[in-house]
Design a protein around this ligand. Structure first.
Ligand SMILES: NC(=O)c1ccc[n+]([C@@H]2O[C@H](COP(=O)([O-])OP(=O)(O)OC[C@H]3O[C@@H](n4cnc5c(N)ncnc54)[C@H](O)[C@@H]3O)[C@@H](O)[C@H]2O)c1
Length: 267
């Protein structure tokens, strides 16, 4: 087991991707701290895990709640060995209509919270014996390219990468690693909402297949497997990385043509 006896905090773990990450961490032997703004959802996920776990009600946009999360994890398990900053809010609204309140809400959850929770957890990891730990920040293919109307979300997900690299080089000498994962479309509630809103589900699936070379959304546990690798000692030499786990989405310039292309040899 890759995370035997390690204490791993996962934010936004009351559902979606965070739940999948928590499940794989638990299967790999971790003691998992399941943190979510929906306390009852965190409890349900924690109760379903086979290994030791703790549910914590936590709004990551609230500094006091971050302090409480660290304290509760320590009170129960005595140390923290890994953190997955997964909690996030999605956002799409035309740039010209976006308000300062919209900006503050998205940035406070998707970026500011990642900075300060990582700081608090790293301060703890530095006074533990042995010193060390691994941080995994859940960014997005939005750290590679944008969609219209996603300005605050794009700023947060790009910002997360710069921040991770800065932390990684500052903390490398004390055995603290910081990496990011950039998933493409996930099979979470967002995908179900997209499907339910489509006038024709088959057309919707075929459109998305043309945008994802592997041809399907990613399952949360597939990202969980990558997160576990980055949290474990198997990735001891990897820090400051941003790993795209997107079925090839960010490698494709435009959607696949709906016909067979001929050869173009040029001059
Ligand atoms: N769904 C996708 O296609 C996709 C793609 C790339 C990246 N991501 C990123 O993955 C992460 C998880 O996305 P998801 O699809 O599972 O979303 P989701 O909405 O299904 O789940 C998000 C979880 O975070 C919790 N949460 C929201 N605000 C919080 C707060 N302030 N404090 C604590 N918890 C909070 C929610 O209660 C929920 O349990 C996000 O950071 C998202 O940006 C998602």
């Amino acid at each position: 087991m890759l995370l035997k006896e390690k204490v791993i905090v996962v934010t936004g773990a009351g559902g979606g991707l965070g739940e999948g990450i928590a499940q794989v961490c638990s299967r790999e032997g971790a003691k998992v701290v399941v943190a979510d703004i929906r306390g009852d959802a965190a409890e349900n996920v924690s109760n379903d895990l086979d290994g030791e776990s703790l549910a914590v009600h936590c709004d990551v946009a609230d500094d006091k709640a971050l302090d409480n999360l660290v304290q509760e994890a320590l009170a129960t398990f005595g140390e923290i060995n890994g953190l997955v900053n997964n909690a996030g809010v999605n956002f799409v609204k035309p740039f010209l209509d976006t308000t300062s309140a919209d900006w503050d809400r998205v940035i406070s959850v998707d970026l500011r919270a990642v900075f300060f929770l990582t700081q608090k957890v790293c301060q703890q990891m530095l006074v533990q014996t042995p010193v060390g730990g691994s941080i995994v920040n859940i960014s997005s293919v939005h750290s590679h390219a944008a969609i219209s109307g996603a300005g605050p979300y794009d700023a947060a997900k790009w910002g997360m990468i710069g921040m991770s690299k800065s932390m990684a080089i500052e903390l490398a000498s004390v055995n603290l690693r910081v990496n990011a994962i950039s998933p493409g479309l996930l099979n979470t509630q967002i995908w179900q909402d997209v499907l339910n809103a489509a006038p024709d589900q088959d057309e919707c699936i075929s459109y998305w297949k043309s945008n994802i070379p592997i041809g399907r959304p990613i399952e949360p546990e597939e990202i969980g497997e990558l997160a576990v690798f980055l949290l474990s000692d198997r990735s001891a030499f990897i820090t400051g990385a941003n790993i795209f786990a997107d079925g090839g989405m960010s490698s494709q310039l435009v959607s696949k043509e709906p016909y067979e292309s001929g050869f173009i040899e040029g001059n």
